[in-house]
Every structure is written in structure tokens, then in C-alpha cells.
Write a protein that binds this ligand. Structure first.
Ligand code: MF3
Ligand code: CO
Length: 249
């Protein structure tokens, strides 16, 4: 079932999203050579709690942390640990969210640590841009497939691939709600978009093939071919005035 949110609900949810975006920005600004992923995670958790919200990934299906921090060939769901230090040249995908007064925010971004290769920077830029191409299509009267197709075609035209095994999703009083929002598909197909829908749109883009595998820890998703991967996500509301990005710091 797809839940449409009222204007009042959207205003609460915008607060959850603002906190989520603030925590993401904070981690982004703290990334430097030598910092551990556990240190970054703690920063985000403290920030979210200081805002009267709760880290919504923590304990989600047993997930043990506030943020997912995934480095280089890790696609998503990397678990922060005290032994994992970020190094200059790494690309670091951070995904996190906050629950505030019953509503969830969810967002992600890939950051560079120090100087990274031009190829890695191009992957990051393309992934971010593909998210905005998808968001442009999040309009009442359109369909989910319009978003999916916009992302896929933008990414593939630049020689990269979109991950198939994980998709974006509705978000609201649950972190994951209907509908699914794949990053690949056909324009004009899928669920009709209506005002009040709130979607987490989140392209995961691999430099090589789209294949992924899960590590023995049961969480960390890696590219099968070892290529770099980037991830950007915003929570977006569909309104009569067009798409509204809610996860702005
Ligand atoms: N961030 C994921 C998403 O965007 C969900 C994370 S699952 C968790 O949908 F268990 F790590 F929280
Ligand atoms: Co999400």
C-alpha cells in the first residue's frame, strides 16, 4: 500500500529529513585520512540524538550502527568499526537517516578523502547528477519508471552501470515503504506518481559491471568485479508544485 502524506505530515517529515541531512553533512566534513569509520558513526549518532531524533538504521533488521559507511569497491551497508581507517584517495559512501516524531528521513552521499583519481571523481559526479535527473521526473502524473529510466540512461550513457539488486523505496512512518524505486527501467511504466508520495531515490553506480555480492558479515555489499562504486540518495516529496527535496541540511 502506498501512503500519501498530508501537508502536516510532510512538515514533520521535513524535520526528520533536515536532521538526516545535517548528520550526513557532518560526517562528510569529518572525513580525513586516519579517521575510523566508528568515529564517524559516533559523530552522526550524537548529532541525531542532540536534535531529539533517533538513528533509524540502528537495530533495523539487526543493523548495528547509525550509518552505513562503504569504501571504494563497497557499494552499500558497510558496517563502521574501530579498526577501519579511511585513507587518502578513498571514496567513502555514507548512508544514514533519522526518525523524528514518527517519521523517517533517509539520505546518502559519496565523499572523497583527500586527492582521488579523476576517474573516481567522474564516477561520483555522474552518480550525483543521475540522482538529480531522477528527482526531476518525480512529478505528479508521471510514473516510477520515468525516474528509473532517467537514472539508468544517464548513467549508462557515461559508461557505468546501475546496481539491480538494491533499489530506492517509499519512506514515511516506515523506513522502507511501497513503492520500490528501481534505478533501472522503462519510462511510462510502473506506479503512477501522486502528490503526497515520499520517495527515497538512491542510485548506486558501479564503474564496472552491475553485479554485486554480500560479504560474510551478512551486510557489506561489494562490486563483484572489484570496481569502484558510488551512492547518492535524497528523500523527495511529490507535490503539486513538483518534486521537493526534503533532505537538505
Ligand atoms: N540506507 C538503506 C536505504 O537507503 C537502508 C539501510 S539498511 C540498514 O534504504 F539496515 F543498514 F539500516
Ligand atoms: Co534508502
Amino acid at each position: 500500500m502506498i501512503v500519501l502524506k498530508t501537508v502536516r505530515e510532510l512538515s514533520i517529515m521535513r524535520e526528520a529529513c533536515r536532521i538526516s541531512a545535517g548528520a550526513l553533512k557532518l560526517i562528510g566534513s569529518a572525513i580525513e585520512p586516519g579517521v575510523t569509520t566508528a568515529e564517524l558513526d559516533r559523530l552522526a549518532e550524537e548529532y541525531i540524538r542532540s536534535q531529539g531524533a533517533v538513528p533509524n538504521f540502528k537495530n533495523y533488521h539487526g543493523y548495528p550502527a547509525t550509518a552505513c559507511i562503504s569504501i571504494n569497491n563497497e557499494v552499500i551497508h558497510g558496517i563502521p568499526t574501530a579498526s577501519r581507517k579511511i585513507q587518502a584517495g578513498d571514496i567513502v559512501s555514507v548512508d544514514l537517516g533519522a526518525l523524528f516524531e514518527g517519521y523517517h528521513g533517509d539520505n546518502a552521499a559519496t565523499f572523497a578523502c583527500g586527492d582521488i583519481s579523476a576517474e573516481a571523481q567522474r564516477l561520483i559526479d555522474t552518480t550525483r547528477e543521475s540522482l538529480y535527473e531522477g528527482i526531476k521526473m518525480a512529478r505528479a502524473g508521471g510514473r516510477i519508471g520515468d525516474i528509473s529510466f532517467a537514472i539508468q540512461s544517464y548513467v549508462e550513457a557515461r559508461g557505468y552501470s546501475v546496481v539491480r539488486d538494491f533499489v530506492g523505496h517509499g519512506v514515511g512512518t516506515s523506513l522502507h515503504e511501497a513503492p520500490e524505486v528501481p534505478n533501472f527501467g522503462t519510462a511510462g511504466r510502473g506506479v503512477r506518481l501522486l502528490p503526497g508520495m515520499t520517495l527515497a531515490i538512491e542510485p548506486m553506480v558501479n564503474m564496472g559491471n552491475y553485479g554485486v555480492k554480500v560479504m560474510p558479515d551478512g551486510w557489506t555489499v561489494l562490486t563483484k568485479d572489484g570496481s569502484l562504486s558510488a551512492h547518492f540518495e535524497h528523500t523527495v516529496a511529490i507535490t503539486t508544485d513538483g518534486p521537493q527535496i526534503m533532505t537538505l541540511a
